[in-house]
Design a protein around this ligand. Structure first.
Ligand code: ATP
Ligand code: MG
Length: 262
């Protein structure tokens, strides 16, 4: 059975896609069999791995509406052990389908579809859109846990209560096993006092929910603001292959080490 992890935060531009792509790539690099599932109509995870629209006919939309099986839309990536379930802007149409209150178990559609491939992968990493709508609810309902990237900037923690409420509501209702795997500070800049303040606030409020390479260590895993991370999507590669020894790669490999050891 695969472990399913959603990367979620309804705030836009906080590093969800970057985290999904690079965590998935780093786990694959460790020899884990990984499925990266792009469930954001913006399709940034799909593009980040070098695919453009003309490269694939079917995507996760077709899986969710039931015209294709998940196994039928999977793409091989340039990274060994990493497969991609691509998205497409057409996925916005699913919101309408999922909002239909007459549709039974509409929160559980993705979970059902994942069953088909669950034995084939060690990890399924889901990149979700910047909203707490039906798509993200489907992602969280299908997941064992969620990683919440937090951008080390002003307003970082704004809206977090709403996300945490959603997680706890899902836990009480349709997905009792859902856990918060942890918070991942992203785009941290050592020269920036604001960045340091956000990190201090996170450590204060969620100390046990930050990622640590060594148990009981004070140092938590922090993704630095790193130009190689920003450049890599335009080369269609994760930073871990685009600039393998960059600070950004090191941070995402560390995260994968912690996730892989369970
Ligand atoms: P959305 O909410 O739109 O889906 P997102 O949360 O998925 O956004 P990303 O797309 O991962 O966020 O990141 C936003 C932008 O910041 C991208 O251009 C990305 O390349 C850049 N970025 C992400 N992390 C870093 C980093 N650590 N250093 C530098 N740039 C980064
Ligand atoms: Mg994104």
């Amino acid at each position: 059975m695969s472990e399913v992890i959603s990367i979620a935060n309804q705030k836009g531009g906080v590093g969800k896609t970057t985290t999904a792509v690079n965590l998935a790539a780093s786990l694959a690099e460790k020899g884990k069999k990984v499925l990266l599932l792009d469930i954001d109509p913006q399709s940034n995870a799909t593009t980040s791995l070098g695919f453009s629209r003309g490269d694939y006919e079917f995507n996760i939309y077709h899986v969710l509406i039931g015209t294709k099986k998940l196994s039928e839309v999977l793409l091989e990536t340039s990274i060994k052990n990493l497969k991609l379930a691509p998205s497409n802007i057409g996925l916005v149409g699913i919101e309408k389908e999922f909002y239909n209150p007459k549709k039974k178990n509409r929160e559980l559609v993705l979970k059902e579809k994942l069953k088909e491939v669950s034995k084939k992968f060690d990890f399924v990493i889901i990149d979700s859109p910047p909203a707490l709508g039906p798509i993200t609810i489907n992602a969280l309902s299908a997941s064992d846990s969620v990683i919440i990237p937090i951008q080390c900037e002003f307003f970082a923690l704004e809206g977090l209560a709403q996300l945490l409420n959603t997680v706890s509501l899902l836990k009480k209702t349709i997905n009792p096993k859902l856990k918060i795997k942890g918070f991942l500070p992203t785009m941290f800049s050592g020269q920036n006092n604001l960045s340091k303040q956000v990190l201090a606030d996170l450590s204060h409020h969620f100390k046990d929910k930050l990622f640590h390479m060594k148990k009981n260590s004070k140092e938590c895993i922090v993704v630095p603001r790193n130009v190689k991370i920003a450049e890599s999507p335009s080369f269609g590669k994760p930073v871990t292959t685009y600039a393998s020894s960059s600070k950004g790669s090191v941070a995402y490999r560390d995260l994968a080490t912690v996730i892989a050891r369970g």
